[in-house]
Design a protein around this ligand. Structure first.
Ligand SMILES: Nc1ncnc2c1ncn2[C@@H]1O[C@H](COP(=O)(O)OP(=O)(O)OP(=O)(O)O)[C@@H](O)[C@H]1O
Ligand SMILES: [Mg+2]
Length: 456
């Protein structure tokens, strides 16, 4: 519990109404009330949270954080800027819990959500983890404010839309352990080049708290190079075989994929080894599992416990390499949550690995936010699909048509929109097919995945 006076002190505001004690847990959607919690009034594009203060308090909020008094409501904490205030409040909250709590921060162009979900499984004791991908300047405070005196680990996904974003997040909650997974070609357009993406991710290493440890992917040279700015210890992870003169602390050897696309490998760390079989689909998740294992190893979790927790852990967030086989024998790989060139390539490889003799169909939509590289990158997807021996390509939308241009014309279909794609799928698919559905979230291809996988 926290008194409104303490909240006001932490974020430079003033209390209007009764100075009661409330739960520090915050929420921003007045329809999803945290009983006794703090309703934070944000101005969105469509609605203004200040219009919903009365409803939130009526439904059980303990108080509201606002940038101006809302007549007839209370108690309120009035601040200049609600977002800044939430950040300051979260910072003060974690600072108070610091002695009993270890903060782990995760960034990278791909794999953040997967890795933090794996960390939730691997780290012992009560753990508070980012929900979904709430990884920005609003999501991070919401997550941090859920930590309690019982919490042992606070796992924070940190995302960057531009340089400085992650530096802001680490300034609020300096991590004890920072993980960088990969520097890929996501959001290239916004950043203006992959080296700028690397700069932005590096902020999570620079932002480590005193004595903090950087956990770095040695298989990505831009990530490995971040060791140069680490303020303290560096723990590297990577997949064998690796160059003999470039050792890692945590490694995976003998990586194999089973028929369902699940990776098995031998996890090696600190002179020990243990077998792991992932519940996640796709060889690319080995890297994410190693990242989680490296954090756990750093924090002293015994290797057999790590291996056990990693094994059998399936995707806990929807539309991420989720595999369903329908009664009619059609297997749907739904990876329609998001897409960039690297995750697209990983998904296509997994499609052909799973198909393994069955007919493979790739339903591919747009990869958004690639800036100047967008035509070239979509064309590369078509070329890769052809190289991998994908049997049929269904390209949805204008950007994906560049992929279609690089694929054998007799095995490709161009669909203008979702409706056309729906019709094409109904015509094309037959028993035994393995179908990948993959695009950026904004392309809404996940609706097709829901329709098809839902008929399982
Ligand atoms: N190491 C990897 N290499 C290539 N693709 C990956 C890797 N890890 C995850 N992916 C793929 O990237 C996509 C997104 O995964 P995930 O949600 O874990 O990433 P994220 O970094 O949290 O993304 P977001 O920025 O959208 O929050 C999925 O398609 C997943 O299969
Ligand atoms: Mg995410």
């Amino acid at each position: 519990m926290i008194r409104l006076g303490e909240i006001a002190a932490a974020c430079g505001g003033t209390v209007l109404g009764e100075d009661r004690a409330i739960s520090p847990e915050a929420f921003i959607d007045s329809r999803a009330v945290v009983p006794g919690g703090l309703f934070c009034a944000f101005r969105g594009e469509r609605s203004d949270g200040h219009d919903h203060v009365a409803a939130a308090l009526d439904s059980g909020a303990g108080a509201a954080l606002v940038d101006h008094p809302v007549e007839g409501t209370g108690p309120l904490v009035v601040v200049d800027d609600v977002q800044v205030a939430m950040g300051r409040l979260a910072a003060a909250h974690v600072a108070r819990l610091r002695d009993s709590l270890t903060v782990v921060a995760v960034t990278g162009s791909v794999g953040k959500t997967t890795t933090k979900d794996l960390l939730a499984a691997v780290l012992p004791g009560p753990t508070v983890v980012t929900r979904g991908s709430l990884n920005n300047e609003i999501g991070l405070p919401l997550t941090a404010l859920r930590a309690t005196p019982d919490t042992r680990h606070l796992v924070l996904e940190m995302g960057a839309d531009k340089e400085g974003d992650i530096a802001y997040l680490t300034s609020l909650v300096p991590p004890d352990v920072s993980v960088v997974l990969a520097v890929a070609r996501a959001h290239l357009g916004v950043f203006g080049g992959i080296e700028r993406v690397a700069e932005a991710k590096q902020e999570i290493v620079r932002g480590l708290g005193p004595g903090g440890t950087a956990v770095l992917n040695a298989d990505d040279h831009r990530v490995a190079a971040m060791a140069a700015v680490a303020p303290g210890a560096v723990v590297r992870f990577g997949r064998e075989p690796r160059p003999a003169d470039d050792p890692v602390t945590v490694a995976a050897s003998d990586v194999r994929l089973d028929e369902g696309g699940h990776a098995s490998f031998t996890l090696r760390a600190g002179g020990g080894s243990a077998p792991v079989t992932l519940g996640l689909v796709g060889a690319h998740h080995v890297s994410n599992a190693l990242a989680a294992a490296a954090v756990a190893h750093t924090l002293g979790v015994p290797l057999p416990d790590v291996a056990r927790a990693l094994s059998g852990r399936a995707a806990s967030s929807p539309h991420r390499m989720s595999v369903t086989t329908r009664a009619d024998g059609i297997t749907i790989i739904d990876d329609a949550y998001n897409a960039n060139p690297d995750s697209m390539a990983a998904a296509l490889r997994t499609l052909t690995a799973i198909a393994h003799g069955r007919r493979s169909v790739a339903v591919v939509g747009a990869m958004l936010e690639l800036g100047d590289a967008e035509v070239e990158e979509h064309a590369a997807v078509g070329a890769l699909a052809a190289d991998l021996g994908v049997d049929r390509l269904i390209a949805v939308g204008q950007l994906a048509s560049h992929a279609a241009g690089e694929f054998p014309p007799d095995r490709v279909r161009r669909c203008a929109d979702l409706d056309a794609a729906r019709a094409a799928l109904a015509e094309e698919l037959r028993a035994g097919d393995v179908v990948l559905i993959k695009a950026s979230n904004g392309s809404r291809l996940w609706t097709l995945a829901d329709e098809w996988a839902g008929e399982a």
